[in-house]
Design a protein around this ligand. Structure first.
Ligand SMILES: *Cc1c(COP(=O)(O)O)cnc(C)c1O
Length: 209
């Protein structure tokens, strides 16, 4: 939190404009509970099934928790994702947008949605291609009546992350979106200097996985 605050100040930003998402994947409830007890309420998981094993009880104990899905979503898991998560960062194709819209209507729940962009155009990575991002956001809005709040990216490991952060910020502006989910343990301070509103930090909090 101190490092987030310092990075925000250095960027002349309000520290409260950055949401620190503590990424608790692979860690059991007994490692997460002390962080909840200390007052933190924003957490991220990358697998629906793993989250289902630990978060219903933790959320019952701390109902104001915001749980973020930061890993790839399959459409057959859309119902479970809408039930458990408060924010979904990985909307990246029409089939997922349709499945989420259907489940959100059925369950009368509206998790906030980010569109994931594959800024490095890596074949093995999820996310919409940069050139398709504006059109995909429009499809979400027009065809599925969804209102994404922002864009998310995971830069290639072997490239300068700041180029990808700047690019994502520019794409978001073209889409008329204000939230930016970018930055992990190694580079969240840089991401904040490029406008990140949500940083996803695991190992810098918990230690190595
Ligand atoms: C695991 C993960 C993180 C956190 O990574 P750290 O390097 O441990 O901070 C952030 N974003 C996504 C999408 C992840 O899967």
């Amino acid at each position: 939190m101190a490092r987030v605050g310092e990075a925000a100040k250095a960027a002349h930003r309000d520290p409260t404009s950055v949401d620190l998402i503590v990424v608790s994947k692979t860690f059991a409830s007994d490692r997460i509970a002390p962080i909840l007890a200390a007052g933190h309420r924003s957490f991220g998981e990358n697998r629906v099934q793993e989250a289902q094993g630990k978060w219903p009880d933790l959320k019952a104990a701390y109902p104001d928790t915001q749980l973020h899905l930061i890993g790839p979503l399959q459409s057959n898991k859309a119902a479970d994702a809408v039930t458990l998560f408060d924010v979904i960062h990985t909307v990246d194709r029409p089939k997922i947008a349709a499945a989420l819209a259907r489940e959100m209507a059925r369950q009368q729940r509206s998790p906030a949605l980010f569109v994931q962009v594959n800024t490095g155009e890596e074949p093995q990575k999820a996310g919409v291609m940069p050139a398709d991002t504006v059109a995909f956001v429009e499809t979400c809005r027009r065809e599925h009546a969804l209102a994404p709040v922002g864009l998310m990216c995971i830069p290639p490991v072997d490239e300068e992350a700041s180029i990808h952060f700047a690019f994502l910020a520019e794409l978001a502006e073209r889409c008329g979106l204000s939230a930016l989910s970018m930055g992990m343990s190694a580079d969240f301070e840089t991401a904040i200097s490029f406008g990140a509103t949500h940083v996803r930090v695991g190992s810098a909090v918990f230690g190595a996985r």
